[in-house]
Design a protein around this ligand. Structure first.
Ligand code: PPS
Length: 296
C-alpha cells in the first residue's frame, strides 16, 4: 500500500487551547515572532467566510483595478496564509511573506488570542470578514471533506453538533467573530459581512477602497465587481485553487468555489437542527450588538 504523507487527515492540534491544522503547528514561534511591516494589510476571517473573495478584491484595488496584473500569480502566493505550512509541499506562509515586497497582503484565520503581537504594535490595517454561521458550517463541512489537511468531518448531523460545541479548526465561530468585533473602536479594523458583499458588491468594495486610502472611479469599481464575481473567480485559475496540489485539496470531492451564495444552509439543516442552531446563535449573540443575516 502507498504510504500517506504524515500531515494527511490528522486531528486538530491545540495551540494554547485553539484547535489548529496539525501540519501548521510545528515551529509555532514563526507565528508568534512574525515581524509585521507598517503597511501590511491583514485579511482576518473565521474559515469559509469570504477570505479568498476579499483577498482578490484587495489585490485588484492595490493594483488600481488592473485585473491583468491580478492574474500574475495564484491567490495563495499573492496573499499568503500566515500560518500555512505543509512540510515537503509548499514553503510556509511566513517564509513566503518575508519574500514579498510591500505592501503585503496577509491572510489569516487565527483568532485574536493567537494573533502575532507585531500586527498590533505596527497598527496594521486589518480587514475582518464575517459570515452567518449556518452557511459557514455548511461551507466548512464541504471543505473538510475535500481538504486533506483537515480531519474527516464525519456525518452532517454530528458536524452541526461539533460546530455548536466549538470543536472546529481555528476554534469556536462565536468567539472569533465577537472578539474582532469588540476591537473595532481601538484598532485599525474594517469589519465586513459576506452577506453585504453579496447584496451590494460595489458599495462594499468601495468601503474597502476607502479603508485602503485609494480613490478609484466608478468604472474601475464596476470592473472590480465583475472580476471578483463568484462566476469569474470560479473560472479564474489564479483564484479557484486549482493551482494547489490535489493531494492537499481534492476538488473532485467538492470544488473550492462551491456555491458562493447566502442560504445554502436551507439545503442542509433539518428543521430541528435549524432550531437547535438558532438557540445556540441567540446565546452566542446575547450581550453584543453584532448580528448576522441568514438570507439576503
Ligand atoms: S478559506 O478556505 O477559509 O479561505 O475559504 P474562504 O475563501 O473564506 O471562503 C470560501 C467560501 O467563499 C465563497 N466565495 C465566494 N462567494 C461569493 N463571491 C465570490 N467571489 C466568492 N469567492 C469565494 C466560496 O464559494 C466558499 O463558500 P461556499 O458556501 O462553500 O460556496
Amino acid at each position: 500500500m502507498e504510504s500517506q504523507p504524515e500531515w494527511r487527515r490528522k486531528d486538530w492540534v491545540k495551540v494554547r487551547g485553539v484547535p489548529i491544522i496539525c501540519a501548521f503547528t510545528p515551529n509555532w514561534e514563526r507565528i508568534d515572532n512574525f515581524q509585521a511591516r507598517d503597511d501590511d494589510i491583514v485579511i482576518a476571517t473565521y474559515p469559509k467566510s469570504g477570505t479568498t473573495w476579499m483577498s482578490e478584491i484587495v489585490d485588484v484595488i492595490l493594483n488600481d483595478g488592473d485585473t491583468e496584473k491580478s492574474r500574475r500569480d495564484a491567490i495563495f502566493n499573492k496573499v499568503p496564509m500566515l500560518e500555512f505550512c505543509v512540510p515537503g509541499e509548499v514553503p510556509p506562509g511566513s517564509q513566503l511573506l518575508d519574500s514579498l515586497s510591500s505592501p503585503r497582503v496577509v491572510k489569516t484565520h487565527l483568532p485574536v488570542s493567537l494573533f502575532p503581537n507585531s500586527f498590533w504594535e505596527k497598527n496594521c490595517k486589518i480587514i475582518y470578514i464575517a459570515r452567518n454561521p449556518k452557511d459557514v458550517a455548511v461551507s466548512f463541512y464541504h471543505f473538510d471533506k475535500m481538504n486533506q489537511l483537515h480531519p474527516e468531518p464525519g456525518i452532517w448531523e454530528e458536524y452541526v453538533e461539533k460546530f455548536i460545541q466549538g470543536n472546529m479548526g481555528f476554534g469556536p465561530w462565536g468567539a472569533h467573530v465577537k472578539e474582532f468585533w469588540a476591537l473595532r473602536p481601538e484598532k485599525n479594523l474594517l469589519y465586513m459581512f459576506y452577506e453585504d458583499m453579496l447584496e451590494n458588491p460595489k458599495q462594499e468594495i468601495r468601503k474597502v477602497m476607502t479603508f485602503l486610502g485609494k480613490d478609484l472611479s466608478d468604472d474601475v469599481l464596476e470592473k472590480i465587481c465583475l472580476h471578483t464575481s463568484f462566476k469569474a473567480m470560479k473560472e479564474n485559475p489564479t483564484t479557484n485553487y486549482t493551482a494547489l496540489s490535489s493531494s492537499i485539496m481534492d476538488q473532485s470531492v467538492s470544488p473550492f468555489m462551491r456555491k458562493g451564495i447566502c442560504g445554502d444552509w436551507k439545503n442542509h439543516f433539518t428543521v430541528s437542527q435549524s432550531e437547535r442552531f438558532d438557540e445556540y446563535y441567540q446565546k452566542e449573540m446575547s450581550g453584543t450588538d453584532l448580528s448576522f443575516r441568514f438570507l439576503v
